[in-house]
Structure formats: C-alpha cells, structure tokens
Design a protein around this ligand. Sequence first.
Ligand SMILES: *Cc1c(COP(=O)(O)O)cnc(C)c1O
Length: 472
Amino acid sequence: MTDQQSLLRLLPKVDDSLLVLRAAVKAEVPDMILKLAVRSVIDRERARLLAGDPSCCELSAEEWQGRFRQAVACRQQPRLRRVINGSGVVIHTNLGRSLLPPSAVAALGQAAGHYSNLEFNLETGKRGSRYSLVEEIICDITGAEAALVVNNNAAAVLLVLETLAAGQEVIVSRGQLVEIGGSFRIPDVMVKSGAKLVEVGATNRTHLRDYELAISSETALLLKVHTSNFRIIGFTAEVPAEELVALARQRGLAVMEDLGSGSLVDLSPYGLPKEPTVQEIVRAGVDVVTFSGDKLLGGPQAGIIVGRQEMIDRIKHNPLNRALRIDKFTLASLETVLRSYYDLDAALHEVPTLRLLVQGPDEIRRRVRRLLRRLGGQLAGSCVLGQQATMSRVGGGAMPEHGLASWALTLRPLTMTLAQLERGLRGLALPIIGRIEDEALLLDLRTVLDSEVTELVTGLVSLFSGDRGDLV
Ligand SMILES: *Cc1c(COP(=O)(O)O)cnc(C)c1O
C-alpha cells in the first residue's frame, strides 16, 4: 500500500503540467481542453499504476508533455470525419451509406444557413406543411396517390404498423421475418407497434392459401418484407404482390410492403440483379410501401412511405409521426435528389450511388492505372504495388450475393505488417479504409472518387515516409 502511494506520488501534478502545456500550445486552444487532456492522461496512468503496471514511472517530463499534447490534439479533432472508402462497398452503412450529389449538398447548405418556407405557405402567407414539399415529387416519380417522409425506413415500418394494425393481426410469411443490421427485426418491430404477428408458411415456401387460412376477424394487414440482405435458394416459393393484393381486396384488408432498398430505377440493364422498383410495387396495387432514402435511392437518411391517400392521411395524423419527423436538411437534399429522377438517364450520372454502381470495370481500372502512375516510384523500397481484378459489393443490405466486377490497387508492404498498414491507413489525417485479402491490402477504386485520387496518393506517401499526420 505505502509502496503504491509512493509510486502514485511520481505522477505529475495537474497544475504544474497545465502551466507547461499552456505555454507550449497555441493560445486559441481553450483551457478546458488542456485541463481535460491532462486529467485524462494522468487518470489513465494512475489506473494502470494501481493495476500493477508501473511503466509510466519511467516517463520523462518531455514524454508526459508529449502525451498531453497528443490528448489535446485528439480532443480537438472532429469526431465525425471524412474518410476515403477503398472497401468497394457502395452503400456502406458504417461509412455513411449514400453520397449526395453536389446539387443536394448545395441545397442542404442553403437550408442550413438561411430561413426557408419549411412550414410556411408562400402563396397564402399562412402556415404550411413541411411534408407537402416533397410529396408531389414522390408521387410523380412513383405513381403513388400520396406520400410521407419520416426519419428512416425503420421508423416508416413502425409508424405504418402502429397506425394501421395496432391491436390487430398482421400476417407475414416465415421466410420474410428478417433482421436488418442494428437490431431491426420484423418480429420485434411488430411488438413495439402493438400489432400481433401471425407467421404463415415455411421458411422456404409460403403459398397464397397460407395467408388465406390465417385471415381472421382480427386481421388488419398482409405484410410483405423484401428479403434484401439474404437469399433463400433452392426449393422456394413466395406469393407475388399482385396475388396478395387480390386476396386482400376480396377480404377487405390492406397490403403493406417493406421494400427496404427501394430502387426507383431498374438496374438490370447495367448488369445488376432485377429488383422490384417502387413504381412496380405501387402499380401492383400494394396499399402502403416503405423504403429507405439513403440506400439504392442515393439520397439522405429518410424513410419514404407511399400509398393510398386515405391511409397516408391516417399515418400523417398519428402522433408518433411527430416524433419521427424529418428535418429541413433531409428535406432540402431529398428534394434535390428526387428531382434528378424525372430523367432516369440523368439520374444514373448525377446520383453518386447510382453512378458508382453502374461504373464498368474498365473505367475503374483506368483509375487504378492513374493512381499507379501518380504514385510512380514514391513507395519504392517500402511497398510493392500492383493491380488486381476484384469484386465490389452493393451494400446497404441490397443484392447480398451479387458482386460487381471491379479493380483494386494492391499494397504489399515491406517495412511493416499488413495489419500495421491497415491500421496506419485508418490513422491518417484523412483515413483510408481498405481490406486485407490474399496477403495484400486492397483498395477497391469503385468507391474512390476521381477527386480523391490526389488525396489517396498524399496519404499513402505520408504513411510510408513516416510522416503520418496521424494524431492518436
Ligand atoms: C434497410 C432496411 C430497413 C431499415 O431501413 P433504414 O432506412 O436503415 O432504417 C428496413 N427493412 C428492410 C427490408 C431493409 O432492407
């Protein structure tokens, strides 16, 4: 005990350390950050000492100050940071899903820095509705009667179920009881909505008569969930939307479909699998359809609900809607992205998510070559560079088994391990995210923008020259 106490006395004093640190860093760094940085470093080392690790007793005054400065830099660094996505996953949920086109970024900036007619009708001078701003465009593009936008698709599913089926039964095929990442599971959402889940069919096969037999006086909805993130293959059967709609009409029920990704363009002419588009599902007569704004649509995070006017009105007036409502930034950027869908060919070029998905391997390979040329001999002696055909992924839970032919830059480091390289790239001032495969670090250039090639070169060169610009 006395031993430990004498060791603890070797820790630097907070006030003394602060004085030295204050003199060493820029005047504009707030005192609060300096205090928090010094305390956090000393607290961490005290805890280590008490746990029996006395290594900090060896630190010189300069080394302590170095740690304090590092803690300051760490606290000053924004937490949400830009990264370069070399993973080849286009809709990467962990890296922010869809990129917005410049026009949508500009609209977002306008909405953020200025007043707007968010809930003000410029014609009447009276209060307006934020929902009316995008409703018409969504209806134009999808062919639906009415539309509503909420925080995300999970919110959309919850809100629709709560409005149309709380206290009643909802029939779902066993093959569609999906779990999306982040604990969104259809059975759990059903419980939260107050609706009662009635499972029908088998995991691999569900028939129309399964739904028919399950309908009771308590049934409110027939629900179809798009199995976006997995596939059941082999001996399978599911009921097409048209047949469910016909059954529901006969029995005075409604059909809802959670489409998940919600593509507005058929991407099959570009070599991607045929997915039902929102327009097709609406045309099939499904009463309410929900889908994400930031998956295949390529917009901001949002949940879009389209369907029959009378149902959308009920959903709009649900008090829960107020809790799930979208903000002006989402509305501004969503409106801009949706507008590009008036011309589908233009959308394929303007909406980054679509553009990245339909890029051919030749175009990506040219980018790899350009990158190699730009790197020239700068990494000679520290890393062997190469190029390799690879497969990108759509991501966002969409088209899970479909790979997109792509090209990657390969790095085989000579002066560090692959794991160190991967960590080093993540630790750069502008982090670069790659993946380790076949004894190499791969940067799939499908998801690297042309405008990022220079930054990629700078990052790689600085990492191998030891001037890492990293802060942690
Ligand atoms: C992604 C997805 C959701 C959740 O959508 P978010 O916009 O991420 O909330 C719900 N259902 C399905 C089928 C999905 O694919």
